[in-house]
Design a protein around this ligand. Structure first.
Ligand SMILES: [Zn+2]
Length: 85
């Protein structure tokens, strides 16, 4: 019996969360020229934010209430096991 590809089978391929451009939220392919940004333009925008003081590299001692949440991607939905066999 030939195997026929089933695009609706969630058990075969687990969709990985794509990294997104921190500036414009466009999905970015890993390994890109401007990764993790979608384009050099967004890279410059982010750099400008750094230089503008939006971000802080060094934290003052009293900055405990300024926690920046890590840009963790959302967890993928739970996969379904194919138990029909
Ligand atoms: Zn971008």
């Amino acid at each position: 019996m030939p195997r026929r590809p089933d695009p609706d089978d969630p058990g075969q391929g687990t969709p990985e969360p794509r990294p997104r451009c921190p500036v414009c939220r466009t999905p970015v392919a890993p390994g890109g020229k401007a990764f993790p940004f979608c384009c050099p333009r967004c890279k410059l925008i982010d750099l400008g934010r750094w230089l503008g003081g939006d971000y802080r590299i060094e934290l003052p001692a009293d900055a405990t209430d300024r926690e920046i949440p890590p840009g963790a991607p959302p967890d993928p939905p739970p996969g379904f096991e194919d138990t029909s066999s």
